[in-house]
Design a protein around this ligand. Structure first.
Ligand SMILES: Cc1ncc(COP(=O)(O)O)c(C=O)c1O
Length: 391
């Protein structure tokens, strides 16, 4: 048996869907991403059915295409926004300010002012300077404070450390929010993107509970909301539990701490809604070896770290790659097309590609709908940004 993981498309897409994507892709010049929006609709329904008590705020950063924003708006989603530019994008498709949360804890004064003028009344924060600025520019708004979480080791794309603050500081900031005339509204956390350990939510919810209790007991401040961020799984090479298993466990953790009378629960899924809907299609540009006796083939393709695959940094996200070749799988280094030596996607992970894969063959990077199009450089080495198509 081969030591390498062979990729069976059937583990990722039903035959009809993949055929439709391939058919559409057939005569388009690579590289590009094709996104089947019906999969996003299904993923959204799955999220809502799994967490019937929660409000979904789609994390726009995962993919801000108007086709996706419109679809999710029509399905009733709200939106987690990272910048004034994302605010423009959602408002351009008709989303109203009451469905927006400004979730970035790093923001310019003029942007907060603009959000407020356009009607946004919910803001994340994790520092005193930011909070005081919000009090001046967005008076009376709802504030939720982001706490630090553990679980960095078990998330494929960790987020903590840069965002959030220690519990004690979160507590103090919510007291200060109250003093500044803001509404201390809730607590948020993000356990890390593609989080494999469902227990990460348990410890985060436990921390939230202790802040809720202290604020109520010591200051008579009753928080109303928990924002549990993203972190829900997409279907890459390394398998995860199904969303239903996450939902069951997380609901149990919430009820254990808060009983049946839950505060408002917000979820901010990005990856789990969008990734599975996208296939990135690239072409093999060159296959070579570094010496006549080298065992390892280098496969260079026309997409790379700088054209959408930055999440292969440290080989963090392992995209399933499908090709039509049937040869025995052989260890390969897989690299991008630019003249930058950082542009190598997989070198240490034992990636096997068929030994009859040849220059000109297509490579299908499955589960590539999220965090690809927007992560693409505009002109590195002259290459244009990654194209995207929506079915
Ligand atoms: C504040 C916030 N919410 C939600 C998300 C989405 O997370 P995920 O893609 O894991 O669902 C992110 C991702 O960076 C984020 O920064």
């Amino acid at each position: 048996m081969s030591q390498f993981q062979s990729i069976d498309v059937a583990d990722y897409y039903d035959a009809q869907t993949f055929k439709r994507i391939e058919e559409f892709a057939k005569d388009k010049a690579t590289p590009f991403v094709v996104i089947d929006t019906s999969i996003i609709a299904k993923q959204y329904d799955d999220m809502v059915n799994s967490f019937p008590y929660a409000d979904v705020y789609y994390a726009v950063k995962a993919n801000p295409a108007a086709e996706i924003l419109t679809l999710l708006k029509d399905k009733g989603s709200n939106f987690d926004i990272a910048s004034i530019y994302e605010l423009d994008m959602v408002m351009n498709v008709g989303v109203t300010a009451d469905r927006v949360s400004y979730g970035n804890t790093i923001k310019k004064r003029q942007d907060v002012r603009a959000f407020y003028e356009r009607g946004v009344r919910m803001y994340a924060s994790d520092s005193e300077a930011d909070l005081r600025m919000i009090a001046e520019e967005a008076p009376g708004s709802r504030i939720y404070v982001r706490i630090l979480t553990e679980g960095t080791d078990t998330a494929d794309w960790p987020l903590s450390r840069k965002f959030g603050c220690q519990n004690e500081m979160a507590y103090e900031l919510l007291v200060l929010a109250n003093e500044l005339g803001l509404e201390p509204y809730g607590i948020s956390f993000h356990v890390g993107s593609q989080q494999r350990d469902i227990g990460a939510w348990d410890s985060a919810i436990g921390k939230v509970k202790s802040i809720f209790d202290r604020l109520r007991d010591e200051h008579n401040i009753v928080l109303k909301m928990i924002n549990m961020g993203g972190g829900f799984p997409a279907n890459y090479i390394d398998k995860t539990n199904q969303l239903g298993v996450y939902a069951e466990q997380i609901t149990h953790f919430l009820k254990e701490d808060f009983g049946d009378d839950l505060p408002q629960i917000i979820l901010e899924p990005g990856r789990s809604l969008i990734s599975n809907a996208g296939v990135l299609v690239s072409e093999v540009v060159l296959i070579s070896k570094k010496s006549y006796t080298a065992l390892e083939r280098w496969v260079f393709t026309d997409v790379g770290k700088f054209s959408g695959l930055i999440e292969t940094m440290d080989e963090a996200i392992k995209f399933p790659i499908f090709t039509h070749k049937q040869g025995e799988l052989e260890k390969c280094v897989i690299a991008g097309p630019t003249c930058d030596s950082a542009d190598i996607m997989y070198e240490h992970y034992s990636y096997g590609l068929p030994n009859d894969l040849a220059i000109g063959d297509r490579m299908y990077w499955l589960t590539a709908g999220a965090y690809t199009t927007t992560y693409s450089a505009v002109c590195f080495n002259g290459f244009p940004p990654l194209k995207d198509y929506y079915l």
